[in-house]
Ligand binder design. Structure first.
Ligand code: KG4
Ligand code: ZN
Length: 333
């Protein structure tokens, strides 16, 4: 039997989870609302709030799982990538806990963990599969050969898809994080109302900075003609922007899947919570006779369950970290 405590603190969610023999028994996520007033995550504030939330989050995760802290076999934690000050809180907590209880440590790559969230529950992909990982900081097409054998075959050369969502919402005057709000308004709008350009980038790489600029100019020009333009057209603007981002993401994904001859396609990361993207992937897979894997909502955005499940598979391999381990703001795999 293996009882893994998972800790996630890479950005602005403090999260703890308990995984017993590959089954997630709890997943406590403490969100940080303090950043809303600033229109984005303030790293200094994020690490302070992690410091306040980490112990209560772990206590609640143990309580929800009905697991005693003395029964834990290993502590898995996000080593990177992420905000250094935020990571330090989780890494230091994990090291202190492991030292006090004489437990092995398991270091986890946050981006790999987003993908391994697909191994929570019954609908698991089989290797090899392709995963489109779309978050606030990353946009990657990953060829997943095994639990920890992953190859990035395409990625953004500038902004991430989540960043494009968040920046659009900022231009529209919506609060941070904007992705969920774009999603909400898009459901009520006409996605063909406005056309935004599709970047011409070779291979499987992405670019979102040109799109962001064209949205900025589009809004600026229309507001100059009609100061109430945003208010009057918010659903149509959100639906049109979301459609463009989704088609950019899925066109490259389709190209990569066809070239690799892969028939199992997964979504991961915060933007995989987006309704348009989830529906779009299902449509794409049905059209091509592929199987789609879309994470449950609570495993899309940052959470410790994905760290705990990744920790479980590393525990089975017997791969542990030493007490000298330090976080990494950048952490390729
Ligand atoms: O994976 P994640 O929680 O954190 C990072 O590792 O970055 O992803 C956060 C990103 C944010 O950009 C947020 O706006 C976006 O995911 N997001 C969404 C939705 N929910 C979260 N974007 C579009 N639609 C959503 N429903
Ligand atoms: Zn993430």
């Amino acid at each position: 039997m293996s009882v893994i405590l998972g800790i996630e603190s890479s950005c602005d969610e403090t999260s703890a989870s308990v995984c017993v023999d590959g089954v997630i028994l709890s997943n406590v996520i403490a969100n940080q609302t303090i950043h809303e007033a600033y229109g984005g995550v303030v790293p200094e504030l994020a690490s302070r709030v992690h410091q306040q939330n980490i112990v209560p989050a772990v206590q609640q995760a143990l309580l929800n799982a009905k697991v005693n802290k003395n029964d834990i076999d290993a502590v898995a934690f996000t080593r990177g990538p992420g905000l250094l000050g935020s990571l330090l809180v989780g890494v230091s907590f994990a090291k202190a806990f492991a030292l006090a209880k004489n437990l092995p440590l398991i270091d986890i790559n946050h981006m790999q963990a987003h993908i391994l969230a697909h191994f929570i529950g019954d609908h698991k992909p089989t290797f090899p599969f392709l995963c489109l990982t779309v978050s606030g900081g990353h946009t990657q097409i990953v060829l997943v050969n095994d639990y920890f054998d992953m190859q990035v075959i395409g990625q953004t050369i500038d902004d991430a898809a989540g960043e494009a969502m968040d920046k659009t919402s900022k231009i529209l005057g919506l609060p941070y994080p904007g992705g969920p709000l774009i999603d909400k308004y898009a459901r009520q709008g006409n996605s063909d109302a406005y056309k935004f350009p599709e970047p011409q980038i070779p291979g499987y790489d992405y670019s979102f900075s040109g799109l962001k600029t064209s949205i900025l100019y589009f809004i600026r020009d229309n507001v100059a003609k009609n100061p109430d333009f945003i208010n009057q057209n918010l659903p149509d603007i959100c639906a049109s922007v979301e459609k463009r981002i989704v088609t950019i993401l899925l066109n490259k994904l389709q190209k990569a899947a066809q070239a690799q001859g892969i028939k199992q396609i997964a979504l991961a990361g915060g933007v995989s919570a987006n309704t348009g993207l989830r529906l779009g992937l299902q449509e794409l897979c049905t059209k091509n006779g592929w199987e789609s894997f879309v994470p449950k909502m609570e495993y899309c955005t940052d959470n410790a369950a994905m760290i705990a499940i990744a920790g479980y598979y590393k525990y089975l391999k017997g791969e542990f970290a030493g007490q000298q381990i330090a976080p990494l703001a950048r952490m390729p795999f």
